[in-house]
Design a protein around this ligand. Structure first.
Ligand code: TIU
Length: 220
């Protein structure tokens, strides 16, 4: 058992029963010309999470932990994309439309893939998800169950959208979720900060908040 310093209090975890879940570190959210920018966001704000995620991934791999990557996106025929999602708001380019990195948020297109800086290593599972949460309509739940995973270190983008939705889904399923704050980012820095506070408030209502340095210290 390892003690990981976190808020609202340190947490004791068994590394063999802990997985890292890297949420949606995709070109579509982080690079210009993708879904994130089509929604009117300054995508450069997300880059601050890349280096901490790289450090955490290296340490997790060295410790032999299960590392899972997710990607938000849809089938090329859009049959898994709710009309209500496609038609939402007024993005400059809609889901499925052609952009500079291929069709926006469509599986198999260049923009849908994970950024080169955090590319999955051979053998690491990649979960393709149609929603914001990583459990909805995916094989993540059975995968974690069969591996005996009890704790999740949830990183990625964006903090208040796909990271938060996944943490909430996981919390209700009985997983202890640890969010290293510097391994997450948002287009809205104030939402990032508030989302982290929401996780740890009320005695850790959704989980624990830590950072990459404290995760690395726990894995040493
Ligand atoms: N728009 C936004 O902040 N996020 C998303 O649409 N998806 C994820 O967070 N991955």
């Amino acid at each position: 058992m390892t003690t990981l310093d976190a808020a609202p209090e340190p947490i004791r975890i068994d590394i063999r029963r802990t997985a890292v879940v890297m949420i949606d570190m995709q070109r579509d959210f982080i690079e210009p010309g993708g879904f994130g920018e089509s929604l009117g966001n300054d995508v450069s704000l997300l880059r601050r999470a890349i280096a901490p995620c790289q450090a955490l991934l290296s340490a997790a791999r060295a410790a032999g932990m299960l590392v899972i990557h997710t990607r938000e996106g849809h089938r090329p025929d859009l049959l898994d994309a709710p009309k209500a999602k496609i038609e939402r708001g007024a993005p400059s380019v809609r889901i499925g439309a052609k952009g500079p990195m291929g069709r926006i948020l469509i599986r198999g297109e260049p923009g849908h893939d994970i950024i080169p800086e955090l590319y999955p290593q051979a053998g690491e599972p990649v979960i393709d998800k149609p929603g914001k949460g990583a459990f909805y309509a995916t094989e993540l739940g059975p995968m974690l169950h069969h591996r005996g995973i009890e704790n999740l270190i949830v990183c990625g983008v964006t903090t208040e959208v796909c990271v938060h939705t996944t943490v909430r889904e996981a919390n209700d399923r009985g997983y202890r979720c640890i969010v290293p704050g510097d391994c997450c980012a948002s287009y809205f820095p104030e939402f990032h900060e508030t989302a982290l506070r929401m996780v740890q408030a009320q005695g850790g209502i959704f989980g624990w908040v830590s950072d990459s340095a404290r995760v690395l210290a726990a894995l040493e």
